[in-house]
Design a protein around this ligand. Structure first.
Ligand code: UDX
Ligand code: UDX
Length: 471
């Protein structure tokens, strides 16, 4: 199948590389010349497991890059639209990029084409895309508009694409449904997984992938409802964590007890400093806005957002209660990305907290395995960047864990304690067991669990009684 993917950001680039791996011929289109030049040169603009392998496998053969949208449309039978849909000031999705792409596609429809929304868009977008293409002169029988939402998590986007829980295709004609079924056939009939060069199957996935065919409107809603539900799950457990803190219960035990109910499930129940990233915050807001426009006041989603914001404020209060005053304090920070496994700092709760602490007069030394370069472009004063977690901790009044990177969960605790000026750890991601931390001499604060102290004695007192470093 000959496929054009418009927009080579996180979503488009991963989708394009994976379509090529399924055996299709793909043209990736973007209007950012610098990005295109980098991609053509063999650079990989985002940190994503298996993406470098797929790009080098297919670049220049099954996968080409272009700024010529109309040329790509003429050369393809299916066009996936994966341009950004950022939030407007009122929280709605800004669909102007989608509209301009639809306009351009219209002028190049020279035979039957299926135009597929891959970006997360509100319900009714497919109707608008259809209208725009018609308004600009395309014949009504010469194209269909379909919706094929992606459920890719950053960091595991390639395996999420190739080993999905489900593939959702929203089509209002059998002809377009058939085209989309054919594109995904290697995943749904399992032939992809028999190949010796297939990307390895991750745990907890089942193959082959089921395909769910719906109307376009239902598919658009499936995407928004899925993201809103996951965000709600996170806010729910964060609210439960706050109750745990008030009554002295342990949220991990509560999660275990709740999550083993197969109707609820254990995933996406990790309490922390709130959800971030380019999707959940934007999609919850956009779903809220489109529901209102369609006549339903979805106030549950307001509360999901409120709890999420409150979670960061609660963490800041925790830092204050651990350190008393903040001005001039030196803090080690582990994690800047919005979650582990990615270099993305969009809507990162970690970055929000770093900025808030800098505003309060703290001095920060931060370490993140992938997101330091991007952070450096945004913040430069009163922040230093370290080359390891231990270096970030050196001489700090306390260490903050803000991103759930795997390597932060396996630190050498004795070494960490030696590096810190005071052995205080404030963990926004619950990566450690409070008792283990206390046994290693730390005063340890986390989310939804009681703070732990070595022998119940606060840290500053424990260290020689005068707050100086242990001998
Ligand atoms: C974006 C949306 O934010 C997300 O909701 C949606 O599901 C998919 O698209 P992402 O891939 O992360 O996600 O966006 P981004 O990294 O901003 O990539 C968009 C790309 O489209 C950029 O490379 C941009 O240069 C390109 N683009 C944008 C075009 O080629 N043409 C345009 O008119 C606008
Ligand atoms: C999300 C959806 O999972 C994916 O299906 C969709 O296509 C795009 O949006 P992503 O934004 O990459 O993916 O990250 P995700 O792993 O969902 O995490 C989002 C945020 O929630 C992160 O800030 C993460 O730290 C936080 N989170 C996640 C929690 O706080 N607790 C959890 O249990 C899970």
């Amino acid at each position: 199948m000959r496929i054009a993917v418009v927009g080579s950001g996180y979503v488009g680039l991963v989708a394009g590389a994976c379509f090529a791996d399924l055996g299709h011929d793909v043209i990736l289109v973007d209007n950012d010349d610098r990005k295109l030049a980098a991609l053509k040169n063999g650079q990989v603009p985002i940190h994503e497991k298996f993406l470098p392998e797929l790009l080098s496998r297919h670049r220049g053969h099954r996968l080409t890059f272009s700024d010529d949208l109309q040329g790509a449309v003429r050369a393809s039978s299916v066009i996936f639209v994966a341009v950004g849909t950022p939030p407007t000031e009122r929280g709605e999705a800004d669909l102007s990029y989608v509209e301009s792409v639809a306009r351009e596609i219209s002028g190049a429809v020279d035979g039957y084409k299926v135009v597929v929304e891959k970006s997360t868009v509100p319900v009714y977008t497919s109707e608008w895309v259809r209208k725009i293409i018609l308004r600009n002169g395309a014949d009504p029988d010469s194209f269909d508009v379909a919706s094929n939402p992606e459920f890719l998590r950053e960091g595991t986007a390639v395996t999420d694409f190739l080993f999905p829980d489900r593939i959702v295709i929203g089509c209002d004609s059998e002809r377009s449904a058939e085209v989309l079924r054919e594109i995904y056939a290697p995943l749904t009939d399992g032939t992809y997984y028999q190949r010796t060069d297939a990307i390895p199957q991750p745990d907890r996935t089942s193959i082959p992938a089921p395909i769910i065919v719906t109307s376009t409107k239902s598919a658009e809603l499936i995407k928004h409802a899925s993201n809103a539900f996951l965000a709600m799950k996170i806010s729910f457990i964060n609210a439960v964590a706050s109750v745990c803190e008030s009554v002295g219960a342990n949220v991990n035990q509560v999660v275990h007890g709740v999550g083993t109910d197969s109707r609820i499930g254990p995933r996406f129940l990790n309490p922390g400093i709130g959800y971030g990233g380019s999707c959940f915050p934007k999609d919850v807001m956009a779903f809220r806005a489109v529901a209102r426009e369609c006549g339903y006041d979805f106030r549950l989603l307001d509360e999901v957002m409120r709890i999420n914001e409150d979670q960061r404020e609660r963490f800041l209060r925790k830092v204050r209660s651990a350190l008393w005053t903040l001005r001039g304090k030196r803090l080690g920070v582990l994690g800047l990305a919005f979650k582990g496994g990615t270099d993305d700092i969009r809507e990162s709760p970690a970055l929000f907290l770093v900025q808030a602490l800098l505003q309060e007069g703290c001095k920060i030394t931060a370490y993140d395995p992938a997101a330091m370069e991007r952070t450096q472009e945004m913040i430069s004063s009163n922040i230093k960047f370290a080359s390891s977690a231990y270096e970030a901790a050196t001489g700090a009044d306390a260490l903050l864990i803000l991103t759930e990177w795997e390597e932060f969960a396996n630190l050498d605790l004795d070494r960490l304690s030696h590096e810190l000026k005071y052995p205080i750890v404030i963990d926004g991601r619950n990566l450690y067991d409070p008792e283990t931390m206390a046994a290693h001499g730390f005063t340890y604060y986390s989310v939804g669990r009681a703070a732990s102290h070595p022998d119940g004695v606060p840290a500053a007192v424990l260290k020689n009684g005068n707050g100086t470093k242990k001998a």
